[in-house]
Write a protein that binds this ligand. Structure first.
Ligand SMILES: *[C@@H]1O[C@H](CO)[C@@H](O)[C@H](O)[C@H]1NC(C)=O
Ligand SMILES: *[C@@H]1O[C@H](CO)[C@@H](O)[C@H](O)[C@H]1NC(C)=O
Ligand SMILES: *[C@@H]1O[C@H](CO)[C@@H](O)[C@H](O)[C@H]1NC(C)=O
Ligand SMILES: *[C@@H]1O[C@H](CO)[C@@H](O)[C@H](O)[C@H]1NC(C)=O
Ligand SMILES: *[C@@H]1O[C@H](CO)[C@@H](O)[C@H](O)[C@H]1NC(C)=O
Ligand SMILES: *[C@@H]1O[C@H](CO)[C@@H](O)[C@H](O)[C@H]1NC(C)=O
Ligand SMILES: *[C@@H]1O[C@H](CO)[C@@H](O)[C@H](O)[C@H]1NC(C)=O
Length: 629
């Protein structure tokens, strides 16, 4: 039936279809650079005429004659620079005019006048327009779409959008707008999409969006906005998409994103944010993905994400100054699956910071400055399958750190200065039995000036730890000895003495340098003592002695420290070890004093002996003299 109809109608249409055009049921499309004017012979019933990629540069008063039934007209990707003011009088039914990607720098103010009753869409993007006059849009009460993207508009009159009460979509993106009149959008009650990105806007005034209750999408990224008025978005109760990235914001007013319960896409990245307010996000359960990167934040408020309970992916990375994360930051994210914290400046993490993330499967901590991790840190990550720890400052890890991560399939540990001493035995043993998990295993190298500097971490086996055998392991500090009994600080300092002097030979396999075991007790933000701090008398008034309760350990230590200035002694069942500071100047000074003292003593003894000899000789002479006499 339909076939017969088409066959009957087809010859008539085909007959009047111009060259370079395709005609089909009132729809005419023409392409080609050899088209320099709108063809004269058009099918009598043309509803849609689309010309693309042509050489047409002018629309005359005659051009659209005979097209009085046309509802859609497009002339795009052409050279159009002039439109006759009366051109559209011939087409009173036009609903859509598309003149994008042309060379228009002005448009006659009254050109759309004849179309007030029906015009719904105006596409003018990618032209050279500098000015949009209020008269041009006057009375277009049916207009739903106005696309002015990619022109050269630097200024808009306050009344330019008056009476566009049906407008749904307004694109002003990629222009040169520096400011907006405060009431410019006030009559756009139906507006749902407002695009202002890629301009040079500096400020968003308090009431600028206050009448846009229907707005769904607001894109303001890539401007120069340095200041947001407080509550500027509060009237946007239906907003779903809001982009504010790539601006100049150093701060955001408190509660800026309150009263937007439908918000599901928000961007704030690439702003030089210095801080965020304690109350920022209102209830926003539909945000599934959030990016916050390239900011100048050094920390964030602990409750930043507490109202984003639907988050699946959180990218808090590439904040090169971000040093601290509050302990409770991730506590209300029951659905979070991916967390990227890479390329920040994190040094320590709170022992339970990840404890509220039951569904987390990917955790990226690459490229930070983490020195150590607490053994509880991953304990609640029951679903984690991938952990990245590359390129940090890790010297060791607690042996039990991954014990509850039964789903772990991919672990990355390279580019850390792994210190292969007794402390690493636990994690080395774990790696031996879980080799398939460590995907970059052959690049995870020991870093210490040992006799085998190029060992991989997972190649260390029981026999490499013979000196740390079970009876002696227990004697290592931090293993539930009371802090008064063992001063780890002194141990650190004494070992620093061995590691800090490059000239000192390191004859044994195990150095006793120890990662800072007390650092996790330090609240975030406090600077922790580096493991290589040298002892200075002022900071360490305590006597430099360590009470260690193990003869085997004492043997190792004595051998290890040789020929450092270490003296040890048994006393009351324990061993006392005295060390001298590693500071070369101090040690040198003490050594010089020591040599001076010994030399002086020897000289005195020699002088005394010589005196005795002289006295004896004199006595003998006297005796001989008296005998002779
Ligand atoms: C334009 O060029 C095409 C070939 O590329 C040709 O078929 C067509 O007839 C020409 N149209 C006009 C209007 O000259
Ligand atoms: C119109 O022409 C441009 C430039 O040749 C081309 O990129 C675009 O796809 C064309 N559009 C249509 C609808 O044919
Ligand atoms: C656009 O118009 C200007 C004059 O208004 C002209 O100099 C330029 O060559 C035109 N560009 C194109 C691509 O036609
Ligand atoms: C536009 O709206 C204003 C009130 O906002 C009204 O005074 C004016 O007459 C309207 N103009 C047109 C052309 O409808
Ligand atoms: C979370 O949202 C609720 C409701 O909008 C608000 O009362 C509360 O203060 C918000 N919490 C934070 C930390 O901003
Ligand atoms: C933010 O940090 C960058 C470099 O990281 C710096 O150039 C810029 O001045 C900082 N901005 C502010 C506002 O501190
Ligand atoms: C050890 O680490 C330091 C920096 O932390 C690096 O310069 C050095 O090359 C590393 N040595 C080995 C043997 O990996």
């Amino acid at each position: 039936m339909l076939g017969i109809l088409v066959l009957l109608v087809w010859p008539h249409l085909a007959h009047s279809c111009p060259v370079s055009c395709q005609c089909h049921s009132g729809d005419v499309q023409c392409f080609g650079l050899n088209i320099t004017a709108i063809p004269k012979q058009m099918p009598s019933q043309t509803f849609t005429l689309l010309l693309n990629d042509t050489n047409i540069n002018i629309i005359n008063v005659q051009t659209l004659r005979n097209l009085d039934l046309m509802t859609r007209f497009g002339l795009t990707h052409s050279r159009l620079h002039t439109i006759h003011p009366l051109a559209f009088y011939a087409t009173p039914l036009l609903m859509s005019v598309k003149l994008s990607s042309n060379n228009l720098s002005t448009i006659p103010v009254e050109v759309f006048g004849p179309l007030q009753a029906c015009l719904k869409q105006i596409f003018l993007h990618e032209n050279q327009l500098e000015l949009i006059s209020a008269e041009m849009l006057t009375g277009l009460t049916k207009l739903e779409l106005l696309d002015l993207n990619s022109n050269r508009i630097s200024r808009l009159d306050a009344g330019v959008f008056h009476n566009l009460s049906s407008l749904i979509f307004l694109n002003l993106g990629s222009n040169a707008l520096r400011e907006l009149p405060p009431a410019i959008f006030h009559s756009l009650y139906s507006l749902r999409h407002l695009l202002l990105y890629n301009n040079q806007l500096k400020v968003l005034e308090a009431d600028i969006f206050s009448h846009l209750a229907e707005l769904v999408e607001l894109k303001i990224h890539n401007n120069r906005i340095a200041r947001l008025a407080p509550k500027v978005f509060w009237s946007l109760g239906n907003l779903v998409i809001l982009t504010l990235s790539s601006n100049q914001l150093q701060g955001v007013p408190e509660k800026s994103f309150y009263h937007m319960p439908k918000l599901s896409y928000l961007t704030l990245y690439k702003n030089p944010l210095l801080s965020l307010p304690v109350q920022l996000m209102g209830h926003t359960p539909f945000i599934q993905e959030f990016y916050l990167q390239y900011t100048n934040l050094t920390t964030v408020p602990g409750n930043l994400f507490s109202n984003m309970t639907g988050l699946l992916r959180l990218n808090l990375h590439l904040n090169f100054q971000l040093r601290e994360l509050p302990a409770e930051l991730f506590k209300d994210l029951p659905k979070l699956e991916e967390l990227s914290l890479n390329l920040n400046d994190l040094r320590i993490l709170h022992p339970y910071i990840f404890s509220g993330l039951p569904l987390l499967s990917l955790l990226d901590l690459n490229d930070n400055n983490l020195r150590t991790l607490p053994d509880t840190i991953f304990q609640n990550l029951k679903a984690v399958s991938t952990i990245y720890l590359n390129n940090n400052d890790l010297k060791t890890l607690p042996g039990e750190i991954f014990r509850s991560n039964s789903m772990l399939r991919e672990l990355f540990l390279k580019d850390n200065p792994w210190h292969c001493d007794c402390q690493i035995q636990g994690i080395a043993n774990w790696l031996q039995t879980n080799k398939q998990v460590l995907l970059d295993g052959e690049h995870v190298m020991c870093n210490s000036t040992l006799d085998q500097p190029l060992r991989t971490l997972w190649s260390l086996s029981e026999k490499d730890f013979y000196v740390c055998n079970p009876t002696t392991v227990g004697y290592f500090p931090t293993q539930r000895k009371s802090p008064t009994e063992i001063s780890t600080t002194s141990l650190r300092q004494s070992t620093a003495a061995t590691t800090n002097q490059p000239s000192t030979p390191q004859p044994t396999t195990f150095s006793l340098a120890r990662s800072n075991p007390t650092s996790m007790a330090v609240p975030p933000g406090t600077t922790t003592t580096s493991t290589t701090t040298t002892m200075t008398p002022s900071t360490s008034p305590a006597p430099p002695s360590i009470r260690i309760q193990s003869p085997p350990f004492y043997d190792i230590l004595a051998v290890e420290q040789w020929p450092e200035f270490v003296h040890h002694n048994h006393h009351q069942g324990g061993v006392f070890v005295w060390t001298l500071p590693s500071n070369a100047a101090q040690a040198g000074f003490l050594m010089t004093c020591h040599i001076l003292l010994v030399t002086t003593g020897a000289l005195l003894i020699y002088a005394a002996m010589w005196g005795m000899y002289r006295l004896n000789k004199a006595m003998r002479e006297l005796w001989v003299e008296s005998k002779d006499g």
